[in-house]
Design a protein around this ligand. Structure first.
Ligand code: OX2
Length: 833
């Protein structure tokens, strides 16, 4: 029956939500109280920053009560808990998310309105907590939200970087990196916990001692001590269920001043020592999917793992004293990629050297406690640390790694492949060569109970291509947990219009059970619902157009198709494939300015690792091409290209709800999962993408007919790669040749011929491993299909609605429940108030 004729069917027309007046009044009073007594100002004088601080103080009153309840319940029940170790947590802003999860957003908005303030405007004062690079760090943040929401006992452990990911400025089209001091004026969400400070040894040497019974033991004499200071950030679950803790470690010197040096007149030297210790948590390494390979980076990793493990042990011993027999049944540790691998030998060391357990007992506990998530197959991302760095920083850990390796090679490997030295050297934790190296991923696989990839296809490749020999030894160790994203941040908080639509068609519980959104599917053919859905999209596009005007100075038309690619800049993600297509579209418009094409806005956002020259060249090229196109009157505004500087979580929240097309165009087999692909689909964008990562599972849900799939499959890529000759494609396709050659001219860079040549060269010389030219023709065809569909408004609306409605499985609640059931054997705990 049509929605109109059925009385029980929800209305497609927007309902106005009502907010309880008494609650608004109470909230208003609380904010004013904090403004006066916490911040020390008044409504008449307060700056926006002060208002924001007062708002946070108000929210914190709620949060800390619930935090205490959560911790008391867990302590009383002595629950098993998961400890999520991650070098990155990309939290973004917390205010709107916390208000949303406490179901106080509407109340807060109305309360601030009565002071004449716009809540969104006030919340713009909050700096992003950008303690991560991209997908891996944001995944950890979504997981914290889901762990709290689903009431799983947990702690997130990471590094309290003084500087998060650099702030990107674009000057004359080029990326310039600036420091990001996100807590320069303090962060009101975090609480320092001096009572849980840890001291971490570093450097020095190992002394062999012989015990009275003749057995050998090792004594580590470290050369320095670093203090680890914990900062806690509470993470509120949806509807305030439980409050999880994210504990981030800051490094400090153990002595404020080295008094001996100071007294001897060495004031400056004393300060140097202090600043060396503080360097450890100073800055996040800005590499995404590439290892840094720097001594300081290993020190960072060890520092936060050592602090976290002591914290875990301290808490365990509070209820179990020195009896470690229950350790593995109480503690699960998840390694978010190989960055925290050093926690493995550190736990061994703590159990053997400090708690007096035997090697066998320690190994039994350690190998039952750890699990490892792999996030990439890129060889340049697989961490390998030179043995000489270990000798210098962590000599005792190196000794333990050798021992683990020796027992592994002479145990399981020898049993399976007797006398096979080739297999031993392949599976060894140590890579032989001019510089001997420790392969961190091997140590993870050997130790962990479970090893998982992050999307079906990726997990298959992890098992079959990356670790095939380990999979023969332990076939059941390998599993899949497809990534997910939190619908609280990625729909409810960032797309209020869509959230209301779902409230109307699916009831109010969809943020806790995203499968409920499927209810929208049955209205996907109904004009009034299509209109409402596309009106929401249009409003979001109007808002984004305003942001683009502010940030890029470019006028864009909200009626145009918004085609978006936002993610870290990397050759495998192929922003340059997108650019080649834009150039070919521009070229065809120049040849025939009157052709009937859909007006399009191509939107980019991307940071490049500062040392990744080609990635920076691609940013420059996008800006140069955009500059030319946006100012070319001949094409009558049919095409716009914008590069939004300093892409980050808070920008994603504005961009994603406004996208019509989501560009997910990695070379098949390279993007482990992708997570923005899920956010885009949830918000009603159609995916223009390859059969890679989670795109495959997205299309499985939403239907291939509602998306634009193109390009070589994983198998085709694997087959083509060894014989790929880019010149064949270049010579065979006129249009392609013309745009590639355009890069050599000074057409886009007047007076600077060759300024974009590095891109051409990367595509043609040395055989481009990302096969950009091989996918060009099919990419172009996909765009043509998209344009055609966009002209059919009803068809597009239906496809967009189906995409949004079918993303239930990509809620990070589902991912976390998969981890809890299949990997952690963890039960949720209802919190008593
Ligand atoms: C990213 C992967 O590149 C991305 O595909 C995935 O969605 C994300 O992790 C979360 O799993 N650094 N970042 C990643 O891997 C590494 C290493």
């Amino acid at each position: 029956a049509a929605a109109k004729t059925t009385t029980s069917a929800p209305k497609a027309v927007k309902a106005t939500s009502t907010v309880d007046k008494a609650q608004v009044k109470a909230f208003k009073e609380q904010v004013e109280k904090h403004l006066r007594t916490t911040i020390g100002t008044s409504p008449e004088k307060a700056s926006k920053l002060a208002w924001w601080q007062a708002l946070v103080a108000t929210v914190n009153e709620d949060i800390f009560g619930r935090l205490t309840d959560t911790q008391q319940t867990h302590a009383k029940n002595d629950t098993r808990a998961v400890h999520y170790l991650s070098a990155e947590f990309l939290m973004g802003r917390l205010t709107i998310n916390n208000l949303t999860n406490l179901e106080k957003f509407d109340v807060a908005r109305e309360a601030l309105k009565e002071f004449g303030l716009d809540i969104n405007d006030i919340c713009e004062e909050e700096p992003d907590m950008a303690l991560g690079n991209g997908g891996l760090g944001r995944l950890a943040a979504c997981f914290m939200d889901s762990l709290a929401t689903c009431n799983y006992p947990c702690v997130g452990y990471g590094i309290h970087y003084e500087n998060g990911l650099f702030r990107q400025e674009i000057r004359a089209g080029k990326q310039v990196e600036r420091p990001d001091s996100w807590r320069e004026y303090g962060c009101p969400w975090e609480v320092c916990r001096p009572e849980s400070v840890q001291n971490i040894p570093l450097g020095g040497y190992v002394e062999k001692q012989t015990a009275p019974d003749g057995s050998q033991c090792s004594v580590w004499h470290p050369s320095s001590m670093i203090k680890g200071v914990p900062w806690d950030i509470p993470v509120v679950g949806y509807r305030g269920s439980s409050v999880a803790i994210l504990r981030l470690w800051e490094s400090r010197s153990t002595e404020q001043f080295n008094w001996d040096v100071f007294n001897a007149g060495g004031y400056v030297d004393a300060q140097t020592e202090k600043s060396l210790a503080e360097t450890i948590s100073k800055v996040l390494y800005p590499n995404d999917s590439t290892e840094a390979g720097k001594e300081l980076r290993l020190t960072q990793q060890y520092f936060f793992c050592a602090c976290s493990l002591r914290d875990i042990l301290r808490r365990y011993k509070r209820s179990h004293h020195n009896d470690f027999s229950e350790f593995a049944s109480k503690i699960a540790i998840q390694l978010n990629d190989t960055h925290p691998t050093i926690a493995i030998p550190e736990l061994m060391r703590l159990l053997i050297d400090e708690e007096g357990l035997s090697y066998e007992q320690a190994w039994d506990i350690t190998s039952k406690s750890f699990n490892y998530t792999n996030h990439t197959l890129l060889p340049e991302a697989l961490e390998k640390w030179p043995v000489y760095i270990f000798e210098k920083l962590l000599p005792r850990h190196l000794e333990l790694i050798y021992e683990i390796n020796f027992r592994f090679l002479n145990g399981p490997v020898e049993a399976k492949w007797p006398g096979n030295n080739e297999m031993k050297s392949k599976l060894s934790i140590i890579e032989e060569g001019e510089v001997r190296k420790v392969r961190m991923a091997n140590l993870c696989v050997i130790t962990s109970e479970h090893v998982n990839g992050v999307a079906k296809i990726h997990s298959k490749l992890v098992k079959e291509d990356l670790f095939p020999d380990y999979a023969q030894l332990w076939p059941n160790k390998f599993c899949n947990v497809t990534n997910g994203v939190t619908p609280r941040r990625w729909i409810l908080s960032c797309n209020r219009g869509l959230a209301e639509l779902y409230n109307d068609v699916a009831g109010k519980d969809w943020p806790l059970d995203l499968d409920k959104c499927e209810a929208l599917k049955k209205y996907a053919d109904k004009k009034e619902y299509q209109d409402r859905f596309m009106k929401i999209k249009h409003d979001n596009k109007v808002a984004l157009a305003k942001t683009i005007k502010e940030l890029c100075g470019v006028e864009v038309d909200p009626n145009a198709l918004f085609d978006v690619q936002v993610k870290r800049l990397h050759e495998y993600k192929r922003q340059h494939l997108n650019l080649l297509y834009i150039m070919s579209l521009y070229k065809s418009l120049l040849e025939d300015p009157d052709q009937d094409i859909v007006p399009q806005v191509f939107i980019f956002g991307a940071k490049a690792a500062p040392a990744y020259t080609l990635a920076k060249d691609i940013i420059f090229a996008i800006n140069a091409v955009g500059e030319k196109i946006n100012n070319d009157l001949r094409i009558k505004g049919k095409l716009k290209v914008v590069f939004i500087p300093n892409y980050r979580v808070s920008l994603a929240e504005k961009i994603i709800p406004a996208a019509d097309i989501s560009e997910q165009i990695s070379t098949a087999g390279y993007e482990a999962s992708g997570t923005s692909n899920m956010k885009f689909s949830m918000n009603g964008a159609l995916t223009l993408g390859t059969m890679d990562g989670a795109n495959i599972e997205i299309v499985e849900q939403a239907g291939i007919e509602n998306n634009f799939i193109f390009g070589l499959s994983v198998e085709e890529v694997q087959k083509l790669k060894p014989r790929y000759n880019p010149w064949d494609y270049y010579n065979a396709d006129h249009d392609l040749k013309a745009v590639v050659d355009w890069l050599d001219s000074d057409f886009f860079t007047p007076g600077q011929p060759g300024a974009l040549s590095s891109i051409k060269s990367s595509l043609l010389n040395n055989g481009d491993p990302f096969l950009v030219l091989a996918d060009f023709a099919s990419y172009k065809a996909a765009h043509q299909r998209a344009q055609k569909m966009f002209k059919d408004k009803a068809k597009w609306a239906k496809a967009a609605m189906i995409n949004s409605a079918t993303m239930g499985i990509f809620s990070s609640d589902r991912s976390i429940k998969d981890y809890a059931t299949n990997i952690w054997t963890l039960k949720s705990q209802l919190i008593k108030k």
